[in-house]
Each structure stands twice: as structure tokens, then as C-alpha cells.
Ligand binder design. Structure first.
Ligand code: FE2
Length: 223
């Protein structure tokens, strides 16, 4: 009866992940990022429907880059889901899609049925980057990858903010949180904050100037 649903789906523009999460009590589904087409989400959604879940009721966007909102219009039109993004995305998403967005802020608690999702603002890669914490999982978008982090050489990027955001993740959050990134760029699909603190140079490097030099040197390696 209280069968938790969680599924990672990989594909999209460049090894993107979308994640389907379910509230086992109210049997409603949430989607982290709209990176994967409905067609390619369908087999995972069918698994959820077999467990008694209904349709996607909320879509949570880790940021407004094109690959993360690629199928937003399609999925929202089909599901009528409410859409959540950081308030810094306000002028970005609506230039691309005519859609009602619920804008959220740092440390806002969101509901998915009876489940709670904590939004953490993590600017750097983009000003509107958010990580979402649900149960024992953190969805990190392009803020933190397994063994890497999002590039910071877009015009809107801020390497200094990225350093602070990663510092926050490394030092202020539960190290046992499982890390689910926006792209499948690591040697494994997901990780933990504790593991990343051991193996990820962007979490290991504590000196800001060394970190900035490291990030600048690798600026073109990742999306
Ligand atoms: Fe991005």
C-alpha cells in the first residue's frame, strides 16, 4: 500500500537525467527536470501506474538551461502539472515557454502530496540553480555531478558562487544524502555527498583560489 516510487531515466540532450518520484500515500508523482520526452518516460510511468500512482502533478526544475526544460511544454500540456523553478529563472523560462511557473526561494519547503521537498538555492553554473532534497536523496542538477560539477563559463555563471554552493553542500548537508545529478557524467550514475567529498576534486578542494583556477582550467569539459 505504501510502495515508494523512484526512477531515474537517462537520455535527452547529453546523458541527461530526469527523475520520477512518488508520494506513496497520495499516489501522486513528481518529476525532477523535463529533460526526457514523454515517450521515453512512458515505460517508467507505466511502472508507477501499476503501483497505483496517478499522473505527474508537479515538475521541479533544477535550472532553466535548454536541456533541462526541453520537454517541459509537452509534459505540462499532457499532465497539467504545476511547475516550480527558482525565482532567478523568471525572465529566462518565460522567454522560451508561455507557462505559469511557481517561483521558489532558498530553503523553501515544497509538498508533493504528503511528501516534503526542500529547495536549496545553489547559484554558480546558473543564477537559478536549485538542488532538491527528498528523503535521503539530493537532486543536484548541474551544480554537482558525480566526480565533477557544472561548468561556470556561461555569461550568467559565477565561479565564486559555484564554490560557495558546493561548499554549502559539502559542509552543511547530511553526508549520507545520495547524490542524483543532472547528467550521467561520472563512473557511476549516482553517489553520496560523503563519496564525492573523497573523490570529487570540486568538493575536495577547500582553498577558493585553487578551486577557481581548477574550475577555469577545466571550463570546457562539461555541459
Ligand atoms: Fe546546465
Amino acid at each position: 500500500m505504501f510502495d515508494l516510487f523512484f526512477k531515474a531515466v537517462c537520455g535527452g540532450y547529453d546523458k541527461n537525467f530526469s527523475y520520477i518520484i512518488g508520494d506513496p500515500k497520495e499516489k501522486t508523482l513528481g518529476l525532477i527536470d523535463a529533460s526526457i520526452s514523454l515517450e521515453n518516460l512512458q515505460s517508467s510511468l507505466d511502472l508507477a501506474y501499476k503501483k497505483g500512482y496517478t499522473n505527474i502533478s508537479k515538475i521541479f526544475l533544477t535550472h532553466s538551461h535548454h536541456d533541462h526544460i526541453a520537454y517541459l511544454a509537452e509534459i505540462q500540456a499532457k499532465t497539467q502539472a504545476q511547475v516550480y523553478a527558482h525565482q532567478a529563472a523568471e525572465n529566462r523560462i518565460q522567454k522560451i515557454i508561455d507557462l505559469k511557473i511557481n517561483y521558489i526561494h532558498h530553503e523553501q519547503i515544497l509538498n508533493l502530496g504528503s511528501e516534503q521537498i526542500r529547495a536549496i538555492h545553489t547559484p554558480g553554473h546558473q543564477p537559478d540553480c536549485i538542488c532538491f532534497i527528498w528523503r535521503n536523496k539530493i537532486f543536484t542538477g548541474d551544480t554537482l555531478f558525480v566526480e565533477g560539477c557544472g561548468r561556470c563559463n556561461f555569461p550568467e555563471s559565477s565561479p565564486e558562487d559555484q564554490f560557495e554552493s558546493l561548499h554549502f553542500i559539502a559542509n552543511q548537508l547530511d553526508p549520507n544524502l545520495e547524490v542524483y545529478p543532472g547528467h550521467n557524467y561520472g563512473s557511476v550514475g549516482h553517489s553520496t555527498i560523503a563519496r564525492e567529498k573523497e573523490v570529487n576534486k570540486y568538493l575536495k578542494t577547500k582553498d577558493k583560489n585553487i578551486w577557481l583556477a581548477l574550475r577555469a582550467g577545466n571550463g570546457k569539459l562539461e555541459v
